[in-house]
Write a protein that binds this ligand. Structure first.
Ligand code: AMP
Length: 422
C-alpha cells in the first residue's frame, strides 16, 4: 500500500513526500480510510506507531474544503511536548495548503496564542488547562469544531485531566467526528470512550501497554506440578471469570477436561473447533455459564469479555506482545485484575524479555502450603529487572536454556527486586 492510494489532495501529498513517508504504517493503513469516511474511531495505539499522521492527514484532507479561519479541528493532548510535536507535524504536512494550526498550552505567555487565534486557525492542538483558560477568556470559540481528537487519553486521565476533558467536550457541538487514542483501556477510559464516541470503529495496533489496574505475578513451578498448582490456586483464590492460556490446542482441550472433571464450570477455545462450537464457548463464557475459559492465543484473539478477574498463563507466552495481549484481557471493566504466569525454569529468558520490554517487575510469589517437592520457587528467577548492562568481571553464568538468567543469591551483592510474598 502507498500513500497515493488514499487520493489525498495533491498539496497534502507534497507534505507527505517532504516528510519522507512512503508506505503507511499499519495504524495509518487502517485508520486513515475510516477517518476519511467520517466515522468515529477508537485507536488503541502508542506513540511511535505513526498515529499522529493517521489522524492529521485525513483531518487536513477534510479541511481543504469548507470555511477557513475558524476552529474546525481540536486535538487535545496531555503534554506541551506532544502538542508541539503534533502542531509541527500539522504545519509540515499542511505547508502547501491554506490551513493554519496553532498550539496552545500553559507555562508560556498567552499573548502569542491569543494573537494566533485572533488571526484565525482551523486546527488547534491544545493541552486541557490553557485551553479552558482561553475558553473562559472568550479568546477561543469551539462551537464550530467538526473533529475532536483526544490523544493519549489514558495519560490525560493519569494526569487528572478527566474533569477538564469533560468540560471541554461540553463546549463542542454534539454533531462531530471524534477520534480517541489510548495505549491502555482502564475502566474510566473505557467509560469516557463509551460516552463520547458514536458507533466507533476500533483499530488496535502493536503492543498495547498493560492496563494499570492489572497486577502481575510470577509463580515459579516445575513443569510437572503446573496442573496441581493451577488446581490449588483456583481452590484457594476468590476468582471471578478466569481465562487460562496454554501454548497448544491439545493442552487447552485436555486441561479444560481435567478442570471439568473436578467440577469447574469450564470450556475451551482452540483452533480445532468448528465455528459454531467456538461461538457456543464464547457465548457461554460471556454469559456466565462458564467461569473458566482455557484458550490458545490465536483462539482468544478478539474475545471481549469485560469481567475477567484473572488471566492465568499456564504456559508462558512466546512473545512479549502475546503477553500484553493476554493480560490486556483483565483489568478492563473490573477495577482490578490479576495476571498470573506459571514459569518453569526454562522460561527464564522469556521472563527477562517481558520485564525488560514492559519495564515491569513481575512479583514473585509462591502459593502458601503448596507442596513444591524438591523445587524451591524462591531460588528461581532472581533476574534483575530492568536488567543492567553486563559487567565483565561479574558476568553471570548462563542458566540452563537461557542466556539471561542472573546468578541467584550470593552471585550478586544486589538484593533481588522483589521479595517473595505468601
Ligand atoms: P508517531 O507515533 O505519530 O509519533 O510517529 C512516530 C515516528 O514515526 C515519527 O517520527 C514519524 O515521523 C514517523 N512516521 C510516522 N509514519 C511514518 C511513515 N508512514 N513512514 C515513515 N515514518 C513515519
Amino acid at each position: 500500500m502507498k500513500f497515493e492510494d488514499f487520493s489525498f489532495d495533491p498539496r497534502i501529498e507534497v507534505g507527505i513526500k517532504a516528510a519522507g513517508y512512503e508506505t503507511p504504517t499499519p495504524i495509518q493503513a487502517e485508520a486513515i480510510p475510516i477517518v476519511l469516511q467520517g466515522h468515529d474511531l477508537l485507536g488503541l495505539a502508542q506513540t511511535g506507531t505513526g498515529k499522529t499522521a493517521a489522524f492529521l492527514l485525513p483531518i487536513l484532507q477534510r479541511l481543504t474544503k469548507g470555511p477557513l479561519r475558524q476552529v474546525r479541528a481540536l486535538i487535545v493532548t496531555p503534554t506541551r511536548e506532544l502538542a508541539e510535536q503534533i502542531y509541527q507535524a500539522s504545519f509540515d504536512f499542511g505547508r502547501k495548503t491554506r490551513i493554519r494550526s496553532t498550539a496552545i498550552y500553559g507555562g508560556v505567555s498567552k499573548r502569542p496564542q491569543e494573537t494566533a487565534l485572533h488571526r484565525g486557525v482551523e486546527i488547534v492542538v491544545a493541552c486541557p488547562g490553557r485551553l479552558l483558560d482561553l475558553v473562559g477568556d472568550g479568546s477561543i470559540n469551539l462551537s464550530q469544531v467538526e473533529i475532536l481528537v483526544l490523544d493519549e487519553a489514558d495519560r490525560m486521565c493519569d494526569m487528572g485531566f478527566l474533569p477538564d476533558i469533560r468540560r471541554i467536550i461540553k463546549q463542542l457541538p454534539t454533531e462531530r467526528q471524534t477520534l480517541f487514542f489510548s495505549a491502555t483501556m482502564p475502566n474510566d477510559i473505557r467509560k469516557l470512550a463509551d460516552t463520547i464516541l458514536n458507533d466507533p470503529i476500533t483499530v488496535q495496533i502493536g503492543r498495547i501497554a498493560p492496563a494499570k489496574t492489572v497486577s502481575h505475578a510470577l509463580f515459579p513451578v516445575p513443569k510437572t506440578l503446573r496442573k496441581k498448582l493451577l488446581l490449588a490456586f483456583l481452590q484457594r483464590t476468590a476468582t471471578g471469570r478466569v481465562l487460562v492460556f496454554t501454548r497448544t490446542k491439545r493442552r487447552a482441550h485436555t486441561l479444560a477436561l481435567d478442570l471439568a472433571k473436578r467440577g469447574y464450570r469450564v470450556t475451551s477455545l482452540q483452533g480445532n473447533m468448528r465455528q459454531s462450537r467456538r461461538q457456543q464457548a464464547i457465548n457461554g463464557y460471556r454469559s456466565g455459564k462458564y467461569d473458566i475459559l482455557v484458550a490458545t492465543d490465536i483462539a482468544a484473539r478478539g474475545i471481549d469479555v469485560t469481567e475477567i478477574s484473572h488471566v492465568i498463563n499456564f504456559d508462558i507466552p512466546d512473545t512479549v506482545d502475546a503477553y500484553t495481549h493476554r493480560i490486556g484481557r483483565t483489568g478492563r471493566a473490573e477495577q482490578t485484575g490479576e495476571a498470573i504466569t506459571f514459569a518453569i525454569p526454562d522460561d527464564a529468558a522469556m521472563v527477562h524479555d517481558i520485564e525488560k520490554t514492559l519495564k515491569t517487575n513481575l512479583e514473585r510469589r509462591r502459593l502458601p502450603d503448596f507442596d513444591y517437592g524438591d523445587f524451591d520457587p524462591e531460588t528461581q528467577f532472581q533476574a534483575k529487572s530492568p536488567p543492567r548492562p553486563k559487567s565483565k568481571q561479574n558476568a553471570p553464568k548462563a542458566h540452563r536454556g537461557s542466556g539471561h538468567k542472573r546468578p541467584h543469591r550470593g552471585g550478586s551483592k544486589r538484593k533481588p527486586y522483589r521479595r517473595f510474598k505468601d
